[in-house]
Design a protein around this ligand. Structure first.
Ligand SMILES: [Fe+2]
Length: 235
């Protein structure tokens, strides 16, 4: 198994309802950290218009939303031609809808075909990688909001997305070593109507993502100004 020195995590992007500075932010992180592995933690697209929940009549229809998501993803394909992604509740909406309607997966195109993604983009149910310090790290979209629980259950370091307002690293140890559980926030546009459902929550989404360097996690917040735009000088 390859050992990775610097793993850049891309948190939930929800294209086309991503934060407007997402691509510039990720471009800067790529240049700063020079990752040898990139993992997208899921919810790469939003799929609002094909959601199981009521859709907002003031947002795009299903076809236009998908096309705009693809157009924006294409910028990410250029920036990161090789990405491993974990399956997620939003990313898998089309298959989940098909299942509810009794349609086998063979009737559907692959993620790569639907999103016009390059061969270097690979979807996994979940993913375990080896880090340069010899420890393993487990990536999954979102299995538990309980701090540290996933890492302790798996007995290895873990990374989750899904919980947009969670941006934290919890460390724990046993006689064999030191482990951590990282939650990487999200890269969504909190002002979009697609996230209106979230407006009654006290906790707001935290925009940012995470990097793993030599086996140690680092959270990188996207520092925003009063208009919600990235203050570029602070990365
Ligand atoms: Fe998400």
């Amino acid at each position: 198994m390859a050992k990775y020195k610097t793993i850049l995590v891309i948190s939930d992007t929800h294209f086309p309802y991503q934060h407007p500075d997402t691509l510039e932010f990720l471009r800067r992180l790529k240049a700063s950290y020079k990752p040898d592995k990139v993992v997208h933690i899921g919810d790469e697209i939003d799929g609002h218009a094909i959601s199981f929940y009521p859709t907002d009549p003031d947002l795009l229809g299903a076809s236009d939303e998908l096309q705009l998501a693809i157009d924006r993803l294409k910028c990410l394909y250029k920036l990161f031609p090789n990405v491993d992604l974990v399956e997620s509740n939003h990313g898998s909406l089309v298959y989940r809808k098909g299942k509810v309607m009794g349609l086998p997966r063979n009737y559907f195109k692959s993620y790569n075909e639907i999103l016009e993604a390059p061969k270097g983009w690979k979807w996994h149910f979940d993913l375990t990688l080896e880090m340069s310090d010899g420890n393993q790290v487990y990536f999954t979209h979102g299995k538990t909001a309980a701090a540290g629980k996933l890492s302790q259950s798996m007995g290895m370091c873990t990374v989750q997305g899904h919980y947009h307002e969670r941006f934290e690293v919890i460390y724990w140890a046993n006689p064999n070593g030191l482990y951590w559980d990282m939650r990487v926030g999200c890269l969504v546009d909190d002002k979009s109507l697609a996230f209106n459902y979230n407006n009654t929550n006290l906790k707001r989404p935290i925009v940012g993502t995470g990097v793993i360097i030599n086996g140690q996690p680092k959270l990188v917040p996207m520092i925003l100004d009063r208009n919600g735009r990235w203050i570029k000088r602070l990365v």
